[in-house]
Design a protein around this ligand. Structure first.
Ligand code: FES
Ligand SMILES: [Fe+2]
Length: 355
Protein backbone atom coordinates (compact mmCIF):
# COMPACT_ATOMS: atom_id res chain seq x y z
CA UNK A 1 0.00 0.00 0.00
CA UNK A 2 1.30 3.46 -0.85
CA UNK A 3 0.41 6.12 1.69
CA UNK A 4 -1.94 8.65 0.20
CA UNK A 5 -3.29 10.24 3.40
CA UNK A 6 -1.30 13.27 4.50
CA UNK A 7 0.46 13.81 7.79
CA UNK A 8 -0.85 17.14 9.10
CA UNK A 9 0.49 19.16 12.00
CA UNK A 10 3.93 18.99 10.47
CA UNK A 11 6.50 21.33 8.93
CA UNK A 12 6.82 21.22 5.14
CA UNK A 13 9.17 23.03 2.78
CA UNK A 14 7.13 25.48 0.71
CA UNK A 15 9.97 27.16 -1.18
CA UNK A 16 13.61 28.14 -1.17
CA UNK A 17 14.26 31.47 0.50
CA UNK A 18 15.41 32.92 -2.82
CA UNK A 19 12.01 32.15 -4.39
CA UNK A 20 10.15 34.26 -1.86
CA UNK A 21 10.46 37.98 -2.43
CA UNK A 22 8.53 41.13 -3.20
CA UNK A 23 6.38 39.30 -5.72
CA UNK A 24 3.69 36.86 -4.65
CA UNK A 25 4.43 33.14 -4.97
CA UNK A 26 1.60 30.58 -4.98
CA UNK A 27 2.18 26.97 -3.86
CA UNK A 28 -0.34 24.24 -3.04
CA UNK A 29 0.68 22.16 -0.06
CA UNK A 30 -1.35 19.20 1.23
CA UNK A 31 -4.09 20.48 -1.03
CA UNK A 32 -4.08 23.97 0.56
CA UNK A 33 -3.40 26.90 -1.77
CA UNK A 34 -0.84 29.13 -0.04
CA UNK A 35 0.44 32.61 -0.84
CA UNK A 36 4.02 33.47 0.10
CA UNK A 37 5.80 36.80 0.01
CA UNK A 38 8.32 38.87 1.90
CA UNK A 39 7.45 41.99 3.86
CA UNK A 40 9.50 45.14 3.31
CA UNK A 41 11.69 44.28 6.29
CA UNK A 42 12.49 40.86 4.75
CA UNK A 43 10.20 38.55 6.73
CA UNK A 44 8.64 35.63 4.80
CA UNK A 45 4.89 35.29 5.39
CA UNK A 46 2.36 32.66 4.31
CA UNK A 47 -1.42 32.82 4.13
CA UNK A 48 -4.33 31.28 2.24
CA UNK A 49 -4.16 32.07 -1.46
CA UNK A 50 -7.90 32.60 -1.90
CA UNK A 51 -9.59 35.94 -1.40
CA UNK A 52 -12.43 35.61 1.15
CA UNK A 53 -14.74 37.57 -1.20
CA UNK A 54 -15.01 35.48 -4.37
CA UNK A 55 -11.87 33.35 -3.97
CA UNK A 56 -9.68 35.04 -6.56
CA UNK A 57 -6.04 33.86 -6.05
CA UNK A 58 -3.95 36.52 -4.35
CA UNK A 59 -0.82 35.11 -5.97
CA UNK A 60 -2.09 35.88 -9.45
CA UNK A 61 -2.07 39.13 -11.40
CA UNK A 62 -3.61 41.57 -11.19
CA UNK A 63 -3.44 40.87 -7.43
CA UNK A 64 -0.37 42.72 -6.16
CA UNK A 65 1.58 43.91 -3.14
CA UNK A 66 1.41 47.44 -1.79
CA UNK A 67 3.99 47.75 0.96
CA UNK A 68 3.36 44.85 3.30
CA UNK A 69 -0.22 44.36 2.15
CA UNK A 70 -1.67 42.27 -0.65
CA UNK A 71 -4.50 43.67 -2.76
CA UNK A 72 -6.88 41.26 -4.48
CA UNK A 73 -6.85 41.80 -8.23
CA UNK A 74 -10.59 41.29 -8.63
CA UNK A 75 -12.38 43.83 -6.35
CA UNK A 76 -9.59 45.11 -4.16
CA UNK A 77 -10.03 43.43 -0.78
CA UNK A 78 -6.74 44.23 0.98
CA UNK A 79 -4.97 42.05 3.55
CA UNK A 80 -2.12 42.57 5.98
CA UNK A 81 0.79 40.13 6.37
CA UNK A 82 -1.14 38.40 9.17
CA UNK A 83 -4.00 37.66 6.72
CA UNK A 84 -6.41 40.11 8.34
CA UNK A 85 -8.48 42.09 5.84
CA UNK A 86 -7.98 45.82 6.33
CA UNK A 87 -10.01 47.28 3.48
CA UNK A 88 -12.99 46.36 1.28
CA UNK A 89 -14.43 48.52 -1.49
CA UNK A 90 -17.34 50.93 -1.05
CA UNK A 91 -17.75 50.59 2.72
CA UNK A 92 -15.87 51.58 5.85
CA UNK A 93 -16.73 48.53 7.92
CA UNK A 94 -14.62 45.44 7.29
CA UNK A 95 -16.49 42.25 8.24
CA UNK A 96 -14.95 40.63 11.29
CA UNK A 97 -14.68 37.26 9.55
CA UNK A 98 -12.72 38.72 6.64
CA UNK A 99 -9.40 37.12 7.34
CA UNK A 100 -7.20 34.63 5.56
CA UNK A 101 -5.81 31.64 7.34
CA UNK A 102 -2.17 32.45 8.09
CA UNK A 103 0.55 29.85 8.41
CA UNK A 104 3.51 29.72 10.81
CA UNK A 105 6.78 30.14 8.89
CA UNK A 106 10.37 29.23 9.77
CA UNK A 107 13.19 30.14 7.44
CA UNK A 108 16.25 27.98 7.93
CA UNK A 109 19.02 26.32 5.91
CA UNK A 110 17.85 28.17 2.75
CA UNK A 111 14.34 26.67 2.99
CA UNK A 112 11.05 28.38 3.85
CA UNK A 113 9.14 25.91 6.01
CA UNK A 114 5.41 26.28 6.70
CA UNK A 115 3.41 24.51 9.37
CA UNK A 116 0.39 22.72 7.92
CA UNK A 117 -2.17 21.71 10.46
CA UNK A 118 -4.74 22.80 12.97
CA UNK A 119 -2.72 22.65 16.13
CA UNK A 120 -0.17 25.25 17.08
CA UNK A 121 3.42 24.15 16.33
CA UNK A 122 4.40 25.11 19.88
CA UNK A 123 8.14 24.71 20.27
CA UNK A 124 8.53 22.14 17.49
CA UNK A 125 10.98 23.20 14.81
CA UNK A 126 11.72 21.81 11.35
CA UNK A 127 14.61 19.33 11.03
CA UNK A 128 17.95 20.75 9.93
CA UNK A 129 20.01 20.57 6.73
CA UNK A 130 22.78 22.92 7.85
CA UNK A 131 25.17 22.37 4.90
CA UNK A 132 22.90 24.23 2.51
CA UNK A 133 23.74 27.59 4.05
CA UNK A 134 26.97 26.89 5.91
CA UNK A 135 30.50 28.14 5.28
CA UNK A 136 32.74 25.37 3.98
CA UNK A 137 30.12 24.10 1.53
CA UNK A 138 28.95 25.13 -1.90
CA UNK A 139 25.40 24.23 -2.86
CA UNK A 140 23.47 23.87 -6.11
CA UNK A 141 19.73 23.32 -5.96
CA UNK A 142 16.43 23.21 -7.81
CA UNK A 143 12.83 22.03 -7.64
CA UNK A 144 10.98 19.79 -10.06
CA UNK A 145 7.22 19.30 -9.84
CA UNK A 146 6.15 15.68 -9.96
CA UNK A 147 2.81 14.41 -11.28
CA UNK A 148 2.87 11.51 -8.89
CA UNK A 149 1.78 10.85 -5.36
CA UNK A 150 4.18 11.73 -2.61
CA UNK A 151 4.68 8.13 -1.41
CA UNK A 152 6.29 7.17 -4.71
CA UNK A 153 9.10 9.70 -4.23
CA UNK A 154 9.65 8.53 -0.65
CA UNK A 155 9.96 4.93 -1.92
CA UNK A 156 12.31 6.06 -4.66
CA UNK A 157 14.70 7.95 -2.40
CA UNK A 158 14.88 5.31 0.31
CA UNK A 159 16.02 2.66 -2.12
CA UNK A 160 19.06 3.78 -4.08
CA UNK A 161 19.61 0.43 -5.79
CA UNK A 162 17.57 1.98 -8.61
CA UNK A 163 20.58 4.22 -9.37
CA UNK A 164 22.19 1.33 -11.21
CA UNK A 165 19.29 0.98 -13.63
CA UNK A 166 17.60 4.34 -13.83
CA UNK A 167 20.66 6.58 -13.44
CA UNK A 168 23.45 4.69 -15.23
CA UNK A 169 25.89 7.18 -16.77
CA UNK A 170 25.30 9.68 -13.93
CA UNK A 171 25.39 8.17 -10.44
CA UNK A 172 24.66 4.48 -11.01
CA UNK A 173 27.26 1.72 -11.17
CA UNK A 174 26.78 -2.07 -10.77
CA UNK A 175 28.05 -2.01 -7.17
CA UNK A 176 25.11 0.08 -5.91
CA UNK A 177 22.54 -2.57 -6.75
CA UNK A 178 24.91 -5.42 -5.74
CA UNK A 179 25.70 -4.14 -2.23
CA UNK A 180 23.25 -4.99 0.56
CA UNK A 181 21.87 -2.26 2.80
CA UNK A 182 21.49 -1.92 6.53
CA UNK A 183 18.36 -0.26 7.85
CA UNK A 184 17.68 1.19 11.28
CA UNK A 185 14.56 2.86 12.54
CA UNK A 186 14.55 5.16 15.55
CA UNK A 187 10.91 4.77 16.44
CA UNK A 188 10.75 7.46 19.08
CA UNK A 189 12.41 10.14 16.96
CA UNK A 190 10.64 8.76 13.87
CA UNK A 191 13.82 8.68 11.77
CA UNK A 192 14.76 6.02 9.20
CA UNK A 193 18.43 5.30 8.49
CA UNK A 194 19.55 3.32 5.44
CA UNK A 195 23.23 2.69 4.76
CA UNK A 196 25.14 1.16 1.92
CA UNK A 197 28.94 1.08 2.11
CA UNK A 198 30.78 0.03 -1.04
CA UNK A 199 34.47 -0.72 -0.38
CA UNK A 200 35.63 -0.96 -3.97
CA UNK A 201 33.36 0.49 -6.61
CA UNK A 202 33.54 2.12 -10.00
CA UNK A 203 33.48 5.91 -9.81
CA UNK A 204 30.41 7.20 -11.67
CA UNK A 205 30.76 10.35 -13.82
CA UNK A 206 28.92 12.46 -11.20
CA UNK A 207 31.85 11.98 -8.80
CA UNK A 208 34.72 11.42 -11.26
CA UNK A 209 34.09 14.76 -12.99
CA UNK A 210 33.49 16.75 -9.82
CA UNK A 211 36.29 15.35 -7.63
CA UNK A 212 38.88 14.47 -10.27
CA UNK A 213 39.28 10.92 -8.90
CA UNK A 214 40.32 8.64 -11.76
CA UNK A 215 40.41 5.15 -10.19
CA UNK A 216 38.04 3.07 -8.15
CA UNK A 217 36.46 4.43 -5.01
CA UNK A 218 35.18 3.67 -1.58
CA UNK A 219 31.62 4.95 -1.69
CA UNK A 220 29.37 5.36 1.30
CA UNK A 221 25.71 6.28 1.13
CA UNK A 222 24.16 7.06 4.51
CA UNK A 223 20.52 8.10 4.34
CA UNK A 224 18.59 9.83 7.10
CA UNK A 225 14.91 10.32 6.44
CA UNK A 226 13.02 12.63 8.77
CA UNK A 227 9.38 12.03 7.84
CA UNK A 228 7.42 13.53 6.40
CA UNK A 229 9.47 16.09 4.50
CA UNK A 230 13.26 15.99 4.89
CA UNK A 231 15.62 13.47 3.32
CA UNK A 232 19.40 13.63 3.78
CA UNK A 233 21.92 11.52 1.90
CA UNK A 234 25.43 11.77 3.34
CA UNK A 235 27.64 10.68 0.48
CA UNK A 236 31.33 9.95 1.13
CA UNK A 237 33.68 9.23 -1.74
CA UNK A 238 37.43 8.47 -1.50
CA UNK A 239 40.02 6.67 -3.63
CA UNK A 240 40.19 2.97 -2.68
CA UNK A 241 42.77 2.50 0.06
CA UNK A 242 42.27 5.95 1.65
CA UNK A 243 42.19 5.95 5.46
CA UNK A 244 38.73 5.85 7.07
CA UNK A 245 37.47 8.82 9.07
CA UNK A 246 39.35 9.45 12.33
CA UNK A 247 37.72 8.79 15.70
CA UNK A 248 36.99 12.52 16.09
CA UNK A 249 35.15 12.54 12.74
CA UNK A 250 37.94 14.28 10.78
CA UNK A 251 37.97 12.87 7.27
CA UNK A 252 40.31 14.90 5.11
CA UNK A 253 41.08 12.12 2.62
CA UNK A 254 37.48 11.91 1.43
CA UNK A 255 35.11 14.08 -0.58
CA UNK A 256 31.72 14.73 0.98
CA UNK A 257 28.48 15.51 -0.77
CA UNK A 258 25.34 16.20 1.21
CA UNK A 259 22.35 15.49 -1.01
CA UNK A 260 19.18 16.97 0.45
CA UNK A 261 15.61 16.44 -0.73
CA UNK A 262 12.51 18.09 0.64
CA UNK A 263 9.50 16.03 -0.35
CA UNK A 264 6.37 18.16 -0.15
CA UNK A 265 2.96 16.76 -1.08
CA UNK A 266 1.07 19.23 -3.22
CA UNK A 267 -2.15 17.35 -4.02
CA UNK A 268 -3.12 13.66 -3.84
CA UNK A 269 -1.37 13.07 -7.15
CA UNK A 270 1.36 15.73 -7.29
CA UNK A 271 4.47 16.54 -5.32
CA UNK A 272 7.20 19.18 -5.10
CA UNK A 273 10.62 17.59 -5.42
CA UNK A 274 13.12 20.06 -3.90
CA UNK A 275 16.71 18.89 -4.38
CA UNK A 276 20.03 20.33 -3.28
CA UNK A 277 23.62 19.14 -3.55
CA UNK A 278 26.16 20.60 -1.10
CA UNK A 279 29.86 19.73 -1.44
CA UNK A 280 32.92 20.37 0.70
CA UNK A 281 35.44 20.53 -2.17
CA UNK A 282 36.12 22.73 -5.23
CA UNK A 283 34.15 25.39 -3.39
CA UNK A 284 34.79 28.24 -5.82
CA UNK A 285 34.90 26.19 -9.00
CA UNK A 286 31.95 27.35 -11.14
CA UNK A 287 32.58 24.55 -13.62
CA UNK A 288 32.03 21.95 -10.88
CA UNK A 289 28.88 23.79 -9.73
CA UNK A 290 27.49 23.86 -13.26
CA UNK A 291 28.32 20.21 -13.77
CA UNK A 292 26.71 19.06 -10.51
CA UNK A 293 23.63 21.24 -11.09
CA UNK A 294 23.08 19.86 -14.59
CA UNK A 295 23.85 16.27 -13.60
CA UNK A 296 21.64 16.23 -10.54
CA UNK A 297 18.81 17.88 -12.42
CA UNK A 298 19.11 15.22 -15.13
CA UNK A 299 18.99 12.51 -12.46
CA UNK A 300 15.93 14.09 -10.82
CA UNK A 301 14.20 14.31 -14.20
CA UNK A 302 14.87 10.60 -14.77
CA UNK A 303 13.11 9.90 -11.47
CA UNK A 304 10.31 12.31 -12.37
CA UNK A 305 9.71 10.55 -15.69
CA UNK A 306 9.68 7.10 -14.07
CA UNK A 307 7.41 8.15 -11.21
CA UNK A 308 4.99 10.00 -13.50
CA UNK A 309 4.69 6.77 -15.49
CA UNK A 310 4.20 4.75 -12.32
CA UNK A 311 1.50 7.14 -11.08
CA UNK A 312 -0.50 6.63 -14.27
CA UNK A 313 -0.18 2.86 -13.94
CA UNK A 314 -1.22 2.82 -10.28
CA UNK A 315 -4.07 5.27 -10.78
CA UNK A 316 -5.43 2.89 -13.41
CA UNK A 317 -5.20 -0.11 -11.10
CA UNK A 318 -7.34 1.23 -8.27
CA UNK A 319 -6.73 0.47 -4.61
CA UNK A 320 -5.90 -3.19 -4.65
CA UNK A 321 -2.85 -3.72 -6.79
CA UNK A 322 -0.23 -6.21 -5.70
CA UNK A 323 3.39 -5.48 -4.87
CA UNK A 324 6.26 -7.77 -3.96
CA UNK A 325 8.83 -6.35 -1.56
CA UNK A 326 12.40 -7.59 -1.07
CA UNK A 327 15.38 -6.62 1.10
CA UNK A 328 16.11 -3.35 -0.74
CA UNK A 329 12.65 -2.13 0.27
CA UNK A 330 13.23 -2.33 4.03
CA UNK A 331 13.82 1.41 4.42
CA UNK A 332 10.90 2.35 2.21
CA UNK A 333 8.56 0.04 4.11
CA UNK A 334 9.68 1.53 7.43
CA UNK A 335 9.04 5.02 6.02
CA UNK A 336 5.57 4.02 4.85
CA UNK A 337 4.76 2.68 8.30
CA UNK A 338 5.83 5.92 10.03
CA UNK A 339 4.00 8.07 7.48
CA UNK A 340 0.84 5.97 7.84
CA UNK A 341 1.06 6.42 11.61
CA UNK A 342 1.53 10.19 11.26
CA UNK A 343 -1.35 10.45 8.78
CA UNK A 344 -3.56 8.31 11.02
CA UNK A 345 -2.78 10.48 14.02
CA UNK A 346 -3.76 13.62 12.19
CA UNK A 347 -6.90 11.98 10.74
CA UNK A 348 -7.98 11.02 14.27
CA UNK A 349 -7.79 14.64 15.46
CA UNK A 350 -10.82 16.83 14.81
CA UNK A 351 -10.06 19.53 12.24
CA UNK A 352 -10.97 23.04 13.13
CA UNK A 353 -12.95 24.89 10.51
CA UNK A 354 -10.44 26.94 8.54
CA UNK A 355 -11.47 30.57 8.27
S1 FES B 1 -12.54 38.16 -5.21
FE1 FES B 1 -11.10 39.32 -4.14
S2 FES B 1 -12.02 41.22 -3.91
FE2 FES B 1 -13.51 40.06 -4.93
FE1 LIG C 1 16.69 8.34 -8.41
Amino acid sequence: MIVTGFARDQWYVAAYGHEVGRRQLGRTILGEPILLYRTEDGRAVAMADRCVHRRFPLSEAPSHLVGDQVVCGYHGFTYGPDGVCVAVPAQRRVPRTARLRSYPVVEQDSFVWVWIGDRDPGDTTPPRAPWLAAPGYTTVCGMEPLNARYGLLVDNLLDLSHETYLHGGYIGTPEVAETPITTEVHEEAGVVYVSRHMDDAACPPFYAESTGIRGRITRWQDIEYHPPCLYLLHSRVAPVGSPPPAADGADRHAFHVEVVYAITPSTEGSTYDFWAVARDFALDDERVSDFLRESNRAVVLQDVAALNTLEKVLAGEGEHYQELSVNIDTGGLAARRILARMAGESAARPRSAAP
